[in-house]
Design a protein around this ligand. Structure first.
Ligand code: GZL
Length: 345
């Protein structure tokens, strides 16, 4: 296999360099340096990183539940290809257990770097410690992990979900500033225990909590999917019908499902029920332009270039910031027409 030969070549070059180095300096590296990553060992030896062979990267993706996720996967695969990084890509289809298995297989394969898009916020300490003990640096992609030891990952590249929730709340405050009376809200949350669902909900709630006009009538998880968004909105409408004035959906797929349920019920989405969604997919922009969604808070899935840049800098021994945020905006019906054809996903 191409990769084995290049690894062998790298090992021969590395061994020759060590022999030459050993003749000229005191430091020998017959025994691995304690608590040093493979990168630090090579740099300490002869600074021959980046190696002659392609970087080998393991990526654990959480699923393919939404248009956002599919665009995120495409961005990662395409960017690795463009950067000449050898990518081992595993899709866990919403299973944390499968993600842990994937990380352990990457460790067994002794990859140079691991990236993890964690399906939920907690439960990562043990496997991330295994990666650290194996000297393999970890990059967190998209959602965040809840770990007490921040040295378990090098950097987290992903959106500020709390701010996305705040942006949604601020839009609603502005939109309803001229309307009197109680505003009944229903919320479609994302995957239970995931950082975007927790933090979008908290940001939205914190922004509205000082204004007594706004009342959260119902809030349920619909797992970021079109089907569950439609079914859950059907239940909301059956039980609360015309009382509902606003829908806050944690992603576009659930909002698009809810739109179908609202129209089935005989109400006008975007008019009878204001809809605020998060992500910014092309389909959502089309509904924004049609007046069926009122506000889309962007969450950028195109993280591939940032991730591959970070990997190359990491392997070259540079220091990375602990947190890297993609750029994001807020879009309304006024800007939809101009934007819809720009959407890449
Ligand atoms: C957010 C991402 C979320 C999207 C959903 O960064 O994790 O997961 O908002 C996706 O569309 O399913």
């Amino acid at each position: 296999m191409r990769y084995d030969r290049s690894r062998l070549l790298f090992a021969v070059v590395f061994a020759m360099a060590l022999l030459l180095e050993g003749c000229s300096s005191e430091t020998t590296l017959q025994q691995p340096l304690p608590n040093k990553t493979v990168i630090e060992q090579a740099q300490q030896a002869n600074d021959i990183y980046p190696p002659a062979r392609p970087i080998l990267m393991g990526f654990s993706q959480l699923g393919s539940e939404s248009d956002w996720r599919r665009a995120n996967t495409a961005s990662i695969i395409d960017s690795a290809e463009e950067a000449g990084i050898e990518l081992l890509f595993e899709n866990a289809e919403q299973s944390q257990e499968k993600q842990v298995e994937a990380l352990r297989s990457f460790i067994d394969k002794q990859v140079d770097v691991i990236a993890l898009a964690p399906v939920v916020h907690s439960g990562w300490e043990v496997v991330l410690k295994e990666a650290k003990d194996a000297g393999i640096p970890v990059i967190i992609s998209d959602r965040s992990v809840d770990v007490s030891d921040s040295s378990l990952f090098v950097t987290h590249i992903g959106s500020d979900f709390y701010e996305e929730g705040r942006k949604a709340g601020k839009y609603l405050l502005d939109k309803m500033s001229n309307e009197a009376g109680k505003v009944e809200i229903v919320e479609l949350r994302g995957t239970e225990g995931s950082s975007p669902s927790i933090q979008r909900g908290q940001g939205f709630e914190d922004t509205l909590k000082d204004n007594e006009r706004f009342h959260m009538l119902r809030s349920e998880s619909a797992n970021f999917t079109f089907e569950q968004g439609k079914e859950t909105m059907r239940v909301f409408l059956r039980e609360h019908g015309d009382d509902i004035r606003v829908l806050f959906s944690h992603n576009d797929d659930m909002a698009l499902g809810a739109i179908e349920a609202i129209e089935e019920f005989g109400l006008k989405p975007g008019v009878d029920i204001f809809i605020i969604s998060v992500d910014g997919t092309r389909k959502a922009f089309e509904k924004l332009a049609e007046g069926k969604i009122n506000c889309v808070v962007e969450c950028n899935p195109l993280l591939g270039p940032n991730i591959m840049q970070a990997v190359q800098e990491l392997i070259a021994g540079r220091t990375l910031p602990k947190r890297i945020f993609p750029s994001e905006s807020v879009f309304t019906q006024q800007t939809a027409e101009r934007e819809v054809d720009q959407r890449k996903y």
